[in-house]
Design a protein around this ligand. Structure first.
Ligand SMILES: [Zn+2]
Length: 245
């Protein structure tokens, strides 16, 4: 009798028919599957030794130079086009933490928030400022960020888990990044921008800054905010401003 060992026991079910035992794929189809799998496994990220870009299909030649760099020498380190090796040893920052340590601010970010206990819905619009602002001391305080929270009037937004995560700031990772920038970033090395330790100590050790951001109560949400970004594929459908993210 045909039996299949299963967890140490003998299979005692009905016998499999010959049709069931036939492979689902023909030999020809199996060959095609194998070829696709082989080609997928062969896809690898390439790195250019001139511009240091790492991506797929860069068409890097035997000298390690990508197709773009073979045509133009614009993207070479001498033109300050290489920001340096990414510091993988540093912790990943939340979007709010990144904004707090950035010396240059070129956007005003508007959040439309309609909150619930477990989730919230809304949109984010990034409006370009006419002139970018340069801060000589970082981190900024949450109150200084160009982030505006729009809430419907009379509708309190419960601080739920999702909101807490999106507006989370942790002091230690922020300090780690600032210390790294002081040593490695030209703007910090030249003291054009310095660390404001008083401001750093006013950041939460690990908590939300949602209540410290600018907020606006609005009676009616703007239709643009209600609908969100345009969905059309045609780039002409997307207005220049506001910019959505
Ligand atoms: Zn290149």
């Amino acid at each position: 009798m045909y039996s299949v060992p299963r967890y140490g026991r003998k299979y005692s079910g009905p016998l499999l028919s010959a049709a069931t035992c036939t492979p689902a794929l023909s030999a020809q189809d199996q060959l095609k599957v194998d070829t696709v799998r082989e080609k997928l496994l062969a896809i690898a990220v390439e790195q250019c030794t001139t511009c240091y870009e790492e991506w797929l299909d860069l068409n890097v030649n035997i000298h390690g130079v990508c197709a773009r760099c073979r045509k133009s020498s614009k993207y070479k380190p001498a033109n300050a086009m290489f920001p340096g090796v990414y510091p993988n040893h540093l912790p990943e920052l939340t979007q709010m933490e990144e904004m707090l340590i950035a010396p240059v601010h070129a956007l005003v970010q508007v959040w439309q928030v309609r909150g619930g206990q477990y989730k919230y819905t809304g949109h984010i619009c990034n409006f370009p400022r006419e002139t970018a602002v340069f801060h000589a001391k970082v981190p900024l305080l949450p109150e200084q960020l160009d982030v505006i929270i729009m809430r419907r009037k009379g509708q309190a937004t419960t601080l739920n888990l999702a909101l807490t995560e999106d507006f989370c700031v942790r002091r230690a990772p922020v300090q780690q990044w600032l210390e790294y920038l002081m040593v490695n970033h030209p703007t910090f090395q030249s003291n054009e921008c310095t660390i404001d330790f008083d401001a750093l100590n006013q950041l939460p050790e690990d908590g939300s800054i949602y209540d410290r951001l600018h907020d606006v109560d609005v009676r009616e949400m703007d239709e643009t905010f209600e609908e969100g970004p345009p969905q059309g594929d045609d780039p002409g459908d997307v207005p220049e401003t506001p910019l959505y993210s």
